[in-house]
Design a protein around this ligand. Structure first.
Ligand code: NAD
Length: 468
């Protein structure tokens, strides 16, 4: 079991990239910047280790994943502190760093325990045909900075379980979290099945262009996803692309505003809004519009934002300056576009840290940039509607489709609306809840391919028919 003070020197590189705490601007540590030569060596070593790993079988690999989960749990406090310092999320309160580390262990165990049997397609007098799922080879896993540990585990656990070896390229904004996680995973896994090459987009690009990569698991922006598709063409690497979203919520007139306000709030503001499948535009029926606005303001007023290491805080800073500027700019657009600020809306006076206050904005037209673009921060536009068809058309009107939600006290009405909304997942009376047994993925420009559950395991395997 390591402490944060022991973990950091084990992963830091004194001559590497400076990583600053987004809450204070202080140095967290320095992270190694990989060269292309190091990347090539990592891919070669992963390839050399893959046949033996593949031959070890599902039961053995599941055992390793459980041991990896044990290692994460044994080092949970050190990992959570590292994550909170580097990413900014509160260490204990709200959906926080400890929650993210716990999710890493949970996803490792769920991937270990998901049954994976060949499918019998035909078994009659004509013969027997079975569909097997065999390892692909080497998986390249590229991740973002918002949930750096959890998303790495999402990519790695399924890949390893299916007999692939993995090379991880973490975000340049949060490399230490991923280096810390992988340092801990290495305590439990055989040598060379899991590699990490910290660095910027150019290392990501070199990874995706490398013809020794059989599959790319990518989570990040739509723009980078498009670039990766082009880069992967020569090697014909398979792709799972978990890309940007702009999730809509549709609130029907029969809701109890007080009752749903807490869940609505966390659906939008989890991780200070820096979550791909967070609620990013809320369509509320005119009958309950003011009630929902007021109830959300009341909840927002009770949610302290500040340094994630101070335990009273439930919301942290934005992770980086670029993201802060995007959010601040979009809120300005909203104010200029006739938005009514219910709470927040003003950048905080000069202070260290990228803190943008929790912001709720009413009365915006649907084409305002704060509604139409993925703001990825703590600013929720609330749009009034009078006709349900119009609300569904607005929800479906963008070229994204990651998550969405419907809020109603009538389960049948909610289900009917859910069927009409275009998204990879539609939640009813909640938003953003993921479960390692339930597939997750986007449609439209939010990407394609599924993670989690049996579908997630299949996505990192090659289907192979044996017919006799
Ligand atoms: P990003 O696309 O800027 O970066 C993601 C990763 O790609 C980083 O590791 C980066 O170094 C790497 N990269 C950059 N250029 C590359 C290239 N040309 N080739 C290969 N790799 C390259 O995304 P971000 O800003 O880190 O993350 C935020 C975005 O991620 C948001 O749009 C969010 O919606 C999305 N996201 C999606 C999901 C999901 O499950 N769909 C989950 C989390 C985040």
């Amino acid at each position: 079991m390591s402490t944060y003070q022991e973990l950091l020197p084990a992963i830091a590189d004194p001559s590497g990239r400076e990583i600053l705490d987004p809450a204070t601007g202080e140095l967290v540590g320095k992270a190694h910047e990989s060269t292309v030569a190091e990347l090539n060596r990592a891919i070669e070593a992963a390839r050399a280790a893959q046949p033996e790993w593949a031959a070890s079988g599902h039961a053995k690999r599941s055992e390793y994943l459980h041991r990896a989960a044990d290692a994460v749990e044994a080092n949970a406090e050190a990992l959570a502190e590292l994550l909170s310092r580097e990413q900014g999320k509160p260490i204990k309160n709200g959906p926080n760093a400890a929650f993210e580390v716990g999710a890493c262990a949970a996803w490792l165990r769920a991937n270990a325990d998901t049954p994976m049997e060949p499918e019998v397609l035909v078994d009659d007098e004509s013969g027997k045909a079975e569909l097997h799922y065999v390892p692909l080879g080497v998986v390249g896993a590229i991740g973002p900075w918002n949930w750096p540990m959890m998303i790495t585990v999402w990519q790695v656990a399924a890949s390893l379980r299916m007999g692939n070896t993995v090379v991880v390229k973490p975000s340049e904004y949060t490399p230490l979290s991923v280096l810390g996680l992988i340092h801990v995973l290495h305590q439990a896994l055989p040598e060379n099945v899991l590699h990490v090459v910290p660095g910027g987009g150019e290392i990501g690009q070199a990874l995706t262009e490398h013809t020794g990569i059989d599959k790319i698991m990518f989570t990040g922006s739509t723009k980078t996803g498009q670039a990766i598709m082009r880069s992967a063409a020569d090697g014909l690497a398979r792709l799972t692309l978990e890309l940007g979203g702009n999730d809509a919520g549709v609130v029907l007139p029969d809701v109890d505003a007080q009752q749903i306000a807490g869940d609505l709030f966390w659906g939008a503001f989890i991780n200070t809004g820096q979550t791909c499948a967070a609620l990013k535009r809320l369509y509320v029926h005119e009958d309950v519009y003011e009630d929902v606005c007021n109830a959300l303001v009341a909840v927002a007023q009770q949610m302290p934002m500040g340094n994630g290491l101070e335990e009273q805080n439930v919301l942290g800073p934005l992770q980086n300056k670029q993201q802060y500027d995007i959010v601040a700019g979009l809120v300005e657009d909203a104010k200029n576009g006739g938005g009514r600020v219910l709470i927040g809306g003003e950048p905080q006076a000069e202070q260290p840290g990228y803190f943008y206050p929790t912001t709720l904005i009413a009365d915006l037209p649907n084409d305002n940039p704060l509604v139409a673009q993925e703001q990825f921060g703590p600013a929720l536009p609330i749009i009034k509607y009078s006709d349900l068809d119009e609300a569904i058309a607005m929800a479906n009107g963008l070229d994204v489709g990651l998550g969405a939600s419907v809020w109603s006290s009538d389960p049948d009405a909610a289900f009917e609306v859910a069927q009409r909304i275009e998204a990879g997942t539609v939640w009813i009376n909640k938003h953003g809840a993921v479960d390692p047994r339930v597939p997750f993925g986007g449609i439209k420009s939010s990407g394609y391919g599924l993670e989690f559950g049996v579908e997630g395991l299949k996505s990192v395997a090659a289907p192979k028919v044996i017919s006799r």
